[in-house]
Design a binder for this molecule. Structure first.
Ligand code: ADE
Length: 265
């Protein structure tokens, strides 16, 4: 996966990506990152990239020209097949909310371009021209798109084969099957009077799996009723088989009563 990030704060992106497993994956050539400083592409002599908004209103807007020229510089670095438009993700609170499904979808791409805004945003005309995906990381407003871009790159990267080692990827992470992850414990067996649930020490694989699923479902119900509802729609509880009631054997002949004699005085 090749990441290209258009930003006014390239050092923030580079620092964020140069840690832990992501850094290792970059060293191994599984991931790559190139940042493009939008300010390097302005034609304004004082290197300004922003201006007042037409129609008034507070704050400044990033102009179309430096963003578009940065994008052209990125395109020169990408060997995109003829006719294929590269995926350009604009980090914006006005986008659809990022989730695991979106991360999985983006992880299928060979390369991803991120556009990070600042100030009050970016001139709409260049967004219309280059952006393919408007994505928010949640319903709150940050000062810029760098942290959201890092969040998205992290979530996408860990889905790329080879980024996580086998032990890590083998664990059942939250959001598998739409459920939150079950609680986990490591040594010691008892800590501050709290014991590891007995079942996890039993060595009975089937029972452990059953317990974990129950815990996942319960945790999801408590903490994320929205996900719980979706899960229950997809996995409706199996109705218990009705026990067939045996007909009482009667030796008495059935007397068919005439309704007329009921309640009559
Ligand atoms: N830029 C500012 N706030 C943001 C958010 N919540 N998600 C994505 N980009 C943003």
């Amino acid at each position: 996966m090749h990441f290209y990030v258009m930003t006014l704060f390239p050092e923030l992106i580079e620092k964020g990506m140069h840690t832990g497993v992501l850094y290792k994956a970059m060293e191994a050539g599984i991931l790559s990152l190139e940042t493009f400083h939008i300010r390097d592409y302005t034609i304004e002599k004082h290197k300004r990239v922003d201006d007042y908004t037409y129609g008034g209103g507070a704050g400044m807007l990033i102009q179309a020209q430096p963003v578009y020229d940065t994008y052209q510089a990125v395109l020169e670095r990408i060997r995109c097949p003829e006719g294929k438009k590269p995926r350009v993700v604009y980090a914006t609170p006005q986008g659809s909310v990022f989730d695991q499904a979106k991360a999985e979808e983006l992880a299928k791409e060979e390369e991803l371009i991120f556009l990070c805004g600042h100030y009050e945003g970016i001139d709409e005309r260049v967004l219309e021209e280059i952006v393919t995906d408007n994505i928010s990381i949640g319903d709150y407003v940050l000062t810029g798109g760098e942290l959201p871009a890092l969040v998205m790159m992290d979530a996408v990267s860990r889905l790329i084969p080879g980024v996580l080692n086998n032990d890590e990827s083998a664990t059942t992470e939250s959001f598998n099957d739409g459920l939150l992850e079950y609680p986990q414990y490591t040594r010691p067996e008892e800590w501050r009077g709290k014991k590891v649930p007995e079942i996890l020490l039993s060595g009975h694989h089937g029972n452990v799996e059953k317990w974990r699923l129950e815990q996942s479902i319960e945790r999801t119900r408590e903490r994320r009723p929205d996900l719980y509802e979706k899960y229950m729609e997809l996995h409706p509880p199996v109705p218990e088989k009705k026990k067939r009631r045996k007909k009482k054997k009667t030796t008495e002949p059935v007397v068919i009563q005439n309704g007329a004699d009921e309640g009559e005085t």
